[in-house]
Design a protein around this ligand. Structure first.
Ligand code: DC
Length: 227
């Protein structure tokens, strides 16, 4: 069976990572969560004061972009945790503050160029499932299978809300919904590599799909591309 590159793009909280992780596990492929890489950059900038909730010092971020080392290492459960300059930041990067920062630092061209360079290196031998916003359009325009995953903002906000509530975080649904919409807007309208569907991608709207239905669709597409 030939090894391919699978690019999964789409809006935030669509379930891209769940879908990508499952496929990677079944296929024995590497999974790369590129959102985690933008989140790690965001955390680094917040920690160093180069970004606050209202401001961003692009010149300072540019000066330090080469000193940001992001890796994925398997944890005891076999899942990949994100490391920033040697430190496990997997839970720190999952907060709303870091997510908002990620959506802002990801508008900077020099940040995107550096992360895209690292992502392309990870896919050099194929056998990879990568999820993000620009994987099928910029990182791997030659990917053999491109998925554009989508769901309504309300459905996505509910999923995000449930996830955060399950972790015991005090969250408000309207706030989560407003945040989902704000990030959609920024992701789609930024000048640098905005989120858009690649012409040759397959659109899957999972608002009304069960996990099994979605898995079946993806499995069929993957099989078609690997024979
Ligand atoms: O998928 P996520 O919510 O973890 O992504 C965090 C932010 O990073 C999101 O607002 C958009 C940005 N991002 C991006 O611009 N390009 C990618 N390939 C992945 C994420």
């Amino acid at each position: 069976m030939k090894k391919i590159i699978v690019a999964i793009d789409g809006f935030s909280s669509c379930g891209k990572s769940t879908m990508a992780k499952e496929l990677a596990r079944e296929a024995g492929y590497i999974y790369v969560d590129t959102g985690a890489m933008y989140r790690a950059v965001s955390l680094f900038c917040l920690q160093n004061g180069w970004m606050t909730e209202t401001d961003m010092n692009a010149a300072e971020i540019e000066k330090h972009i080469q000193s940001i080392r992001i890796e994925f290492r398997p944890n005891a459960e076999g899942k990949a945790d994100t490391y920033l300059n040697g430190k496990n930041v997997e839970s720190e990067i999952r907060t709303l503050e870091v997510a908002n920062g990620a959506s802002r630092v990801s508008t900077l061209g020099f940040v995107r160029r550096e992360l895209v360079r690292q992502q392309q290196l990870m896919g050099i031998e194929k056998g990879i499932v990568m999820d993000g916003r620009d994987i099928g359009t910029v990182v791997f325009p030659q990917a053999e299978l491109k998925i554009f995953l989508t769901a309504s903002p309300e459905v996505r906000a509910q999923r995000r809300f449930d996830e955060m509530a399950a972790k015991g975080e005090a969250v408000n649904f309207d706030e989560v919904l407003a945040n989902v919409k704000e990030r959609d807007d920024r992701d789609q309208n930024r000048a640098e590599s905005p989120l858009r569907k690649a012409d040759d991608s397959v659109v899957i709207d999972n608002s009304n799909l069960t996990r099994d239905e979605q898995r079946e669709i993806l499995h069929r597409l993957f099989q078609e591309r690997t024979i």
